[in-house]
Design a protein around this ligand. Structure first.
Ligand SMILES: [Zn+2]
Ligand SMILES: [Zn+2]
Length: 358
């Protein structure tokens, strides 16, 4: 379990058996890819967001929650055989022992824990550390190499407490009882999390949903996540939506869809709302900094918690976290994985397939 063994040929360094290929991160002794960006023979998928879970793989291994999400989003195209692995169950794939451990990102999200030739490597997928009632909490696993995301890997990204952001929304609703409030949320994760945050803050009125958000809310409900009363906004009369709280995909809040609402206050729940300019670009009057990714402090804390002597940083702003890790005596490098969008960019540019769920 330590980098001191690197020179021992019986303990090949993990960079000898985990490789960055055009299809994605390849675990050679297991013959599988993690979150491949192109169809492959064997994929291990960390979670259901579209830049991680893609259709068409021959064999897919994921948690039951992630598989349920993939089935719903992709239907027939989901791939060949699907194999569920519960959290903390272990499975041997080739010469690698694989375990999935909660990542706290969205329902079903997992870190991939792999043991091979005396080393343990953990691939975090996307993760966060704060409370989320819609999924199991992130579990730090001590390891030799930790592969971390860094979507918000800059010290300026410090997400405020979620409750304060939800209070801002409730306050605005109290202030403008005649206006409807429309909040931009990603369909997978952010939508359901915002609803549970509102319920926890005592908001018990019906919440109205854009049609694109309904299927995943139903799925979450069927998997035991309590969301309270939800109503379809798309078929609602304008009069009903006066003073109502309406959730919609980010792209819909800015277009004609939202104009049918009564003088709406436009809000958006995203980690990027920290950046004023992004909020302005999108015409967001009420930015809510609510993220499903670790902020800078959570990233640094996680390096501490897993205690790995080496980290590989991917999927975002790598340089600052590499620099921070190095300053703490951790070997660190950026991993050049492609295909993972600067999440949330779709709403700005008007619809790239990849990014979501910031
Ligand atoms: Zn994600
Ligand atoms: Zn991601």
């Amino acid at each position: 379990m330590s980098a001191a063994h690197q020179s021992n040929p019986d303990r090949p360094h993990p960079d000898k058996w985990i490789k960055v290929l055009p299809e994605g991160l390849y675990v050679e002794p297991g013959g599988f890819y993690i979150d491949p960006v192109r169809p492959v023979e064997r994929a291990v998928v960390t979670h259901g967001h579209s830049d991680h879970a893609r259709p068409g793989n021959r064999h897919v291994l994921a948690t039951p929650g992630t598989l349920a999400i993939m089935r719903q989003r992709m239907g027939e195209g989901v791939g060949g055989s699907l194999q569920a692995l519960e959290y903390d169950e272990s499975l041997r794939i080739g010469d690698v022992a694989v375990r999935l451990v909660p990542a706290g990102h969205v329902l079903g999200s997992a870190q991939v824990v792999m043991e091979h030739a005396g080393s343990r490597v953990v691939v975090s997928g996307d993760y966060k550390r704060r409370l989320d009632r819609t999924c199991a909490p992130f579990e730090p696993v001590p390891c030799d190499v930790f592969v971390t995301e860094a979507t918000f890997g800059l010290p300026v990204f410090r997400h405020p407490p979620d409750l304060g952001e939800v209070q801002k929304l409730l306050h605005s609703m109290a202030l403008f009882p005649e206006r409807s409030h429309v909040v931009g949320v990603y369909a997978l994760g952010k939508c359901q999390r915002l609803i549970t945050l509102l319920r926890a803050a005592g908001y018990d009125r019906p919440i109205w949903l854009h049609g694109a958000l309904e299927p995943l809310c139903r799925l979450y409900g069927s998997l035991g996540v309590e969301l309270g009363e939800l109503r379809p906004a798309t078929v609602a009369a304008k009069e009903d939506l006066k003073g109502a709280l309406v959730l919609a995909p980010p792209a819909a809040v800015a277009d004609r869809w939202a104009r049918r609402l009564a003088d709406p206050v436009v809000a958006m729940a995203s980690g990027w709302m920290r950046v004023r300019q992004r909020a302005r670009q999108r015409g967001v009057e009420l930015p809510l900094v609510i993220s499903d990714h670790a902020d800078w402090d959570e990233l640094c804390q996680t390096l501490e918690d897993v205690g790995a002597p080496e980290v590989w940083v991917t999927h975002g702003r790598e340089e600052a976290l590499v620099h921070y890790a190095t300053s703490r005596g951790i070997r660190a490098r950026a991993l050049a994985l492609i295909g993972f969008e600067d999440e949330d960019s779709e709403g700005v540019t008007g619809g790239a397939a990849g990014g979501e769920a910031s």
